[in-house]
Write a protein that binds this ligand. Sequence first.
Ligand code: G3H
Ligand code: 13P
Ligand code: ZN
Length: 282
Amino acid sequence: MLVSGKELLDKAHKEGYAVGAFNVNTMEQCQAIIAAAEETRSPVIIQASQGGLKYAGVKMISAMVKALAEDTDIPVALHLDHGTDFKQIMLCLRHGFTSVMIDASKLPLQGNIDTTKKVCEIAHAIGVSVEAEIGKIGGTEDDVTVSEREATFTDPDEAEKLVSETGIDSLAIAIGTAHGPYKGEPKLDFDRLELIKKRLNMPIVLHGSSGVPETSIRKAVSLGVNKINIDTDIRLSFSAAVRDFVDKNDAYDPRKIITPARDAMKETIKAKMIMFGSAGKA
Ligand code: G3H
Ligand code: 13P
Ligand code: ZN
């Protein structure tokens, strides 16, 4: 069943676990996520980035997720990941997304507040949840030093101001994770996370969570992270399985090539759900 992001994340915040938010571009990714959620009895967020929507089309993504959500008793939220374009956010609302992220984190604080507030007013009026970001979660490919990255970490005072002036439902924070595959082991600023959680007492979101060691993920969840974004690890499972199958078989039927990849993605997602503590919560 399709539910709002707020419904999933408020429960996770209250009970102390995190809901996985998995990026999709294709039907098989959507199926793998729902199958993993059913097998582990996990609530789940399926999300599409602006790039994902451009690839598959907003209509196609929402139709696929709604079709799967209709046929399961697992609570599923459909979320826009890193929305930066106001019109596209409106398009997602029109197509039945139950949660949107407004990522105005590149703007100065007041610009971030003004932009986020405008989205909250509209989305909340129709029962759609809003995630915002403060601090900058970059990419692992960004050419920045550790100290440069640390300078972009979330400031707790700014976070408090953004939350109180906008009424967002969840907040993405920068504490040392980055999008894409890591070269070394990411070091997370747990003290900052703990402080922000204490001060805001609301659902906190961790982006760039692929490749973060299990002990760090579990610690982040214990300190109050309630939504964990995963894209890269699913891409890696998909591509490894396709490569392996094509190397070993003289294959030309897409169904034969993609089936092992869909199974591999499902296993990766199941392992994340157990790690995040969402298994058994649906
Ligand atoms: O946050 C980034 C996600 O991994 C989505 O990536 O923009 O290539 O679809 P994408
Ligand atoms: P990864 O690249 O670590 O999977 O991060 C995904 C993400 O944060 C999507 O918003
Ligand atoms: Zn992200």
